[in-house]
Design a protein around this ligand. Structure first.
Ligand SMILES: [Zn+2]
Length: 342
């Protein structure tokens, strides 16, 4: 076995810990429940226990390269403090120092959108693209920039917050304090809200009966209706695509990157929202219009230039390939590129 690193994805529901080798092969993955209700000390304790067990198990046959942890929330890269994390709630918390104290070794802590981007860049949709951006559509909308194969942190670690780009100046209030953020139109939460707004306006019978019959009505329920052809459900996803297209137009105009990966749970509705992305992009970004692939929707579009991205020079917007494992692989990648990455 080649040397391995430990990657952790500390999600709101699942706490996943994996040993991954230098080639990106999964050695072993452990999935635990994230017991937030028992307090963050309990969550940290579960996590450190699993890291220790996996490390001990494989250290006899291979060298451990380090530990990377991905978690939602704003991490101060200089102090290791975590702010506004839904998965380790409470006042500002020296999470990095606490994990390192328990494990008696150094750990690299990273925002979960950043780890997802690094995973997709290493092994997924953006492999062979050292410069890329990622937007994750989950409960909220996350974003990340990878430049030269390294996460771009900005001054304080907050770079890449594309989810809080303004889409509608007087739009829906956002948790960040702004109004009309991308997150208010492209997250799973937003899909459900927009479906309910369509019902409230009185003209969405398909959505209305789905809400009545399904106590667990979700973004996925809206997607199911959309693929069945329900016009109102399709309208909700057009709005998702439109909002993403507006945000991406600014991003493409600003950075002229070759690769943009859309991930997170809502990205499984790619067919329903992506046509609107490309329509908006063509109208709103001259950089995109000048560099658009012949068929932006073609699934092979990204793969076609793998190996030699320089040969094509097209702006690719594509869906993520690694699903919920992207963050886990990206977290394991952190110690492998440490020294170059921080
Ligand atoms: Zn916001």
């Amino acid at each position: 076995m080649s040397n391995f690193a430990i990657g952790v994805d500390l999600g709101g529901t699942n706490l996943r810990i994996a040993a991954v080798d230098e080639q990106g092969a999964l050695v072993e993955k452990v999935t635990l429940e994230t017991k937030i209700s028992l307090g963050r000390d309990h969550v940290i304790s579960d996590m450190c226990g699993a890291i220790q067990r996996l490390t001990n198990k494989y250290t006899s046959s291979a060298a451990p390269l380090g530990i990377g942890v991905g978690v939602a929330g704003i991490i101060d890269m200089h102090t290791g403090y975590l702010r506004d994390s839904p998965n380790l709630p409470g006042p500002d918390y020296p999470v990095l120092a606490e994990i390192e104290r328990r494990l008696k070794t150094t750990v690299i802590l990273e925002n979960d959108a950043n780890t997802a981007a690094l995973g997709e860049q290493w092994l997924g949709a953006a492999r062979n693209y050292p410069d890329m951006a990622m937007i994750t559509l989950g409960t909220g909308v996350g974003g990340a920039l990878v430049l030269g194969g390294k996460i771009f942190h900005g001054m304080t670690g907050m770079a890449g917050e594309f989810g809080h780009t303004t889409i509608e100046p007087e739009g829906n209030p956002c948790g960040c304090g702004n109004r009309g953020c991308l997150e208010q139109y492209a997250s799973a939460t937003a899909v459900v809200r927009m479906a309910k707004e369509a019902i409230a306006s009185g003209g969405a019978p398909g959505l209305a009966s789905a809400v009545d019959s399904d106590a667990r009505f979700s973004a996925e329920s809206v997607y199911k209706l959309a693929i069945e052809g329900d016009a109102d459900a399709r309208g909700v996803f057009r709005r998702v695509g439109r909002a993403l297209g507006i945000a991406l137009a600014t991003l493409v105009n600003s950075l002229n990157l070759p690769m943009h990966v859309i991930g997170g749970g809502v990205s499984s509705a790619w067919e329903a929202f992506s046509p609107a992305i490309f329509e908006e992009l063509r109208q709103r970004s001259m950089v995109y219009a000048a560099t658009a692939p012949a068929d932006p929707m073609a699934p092979s579009q990204g793969a076609a230039v793998h190996g030699d991205p320089g040969s094509d020079r097209r702006t690719i917007i594509t869906r993520a390939l690694l699903g919920s494992d992207a963050g886990l692989y990206g977290a394991a990648r952190l110690p492998m590129i440490a020294g170059t990455n921080r």
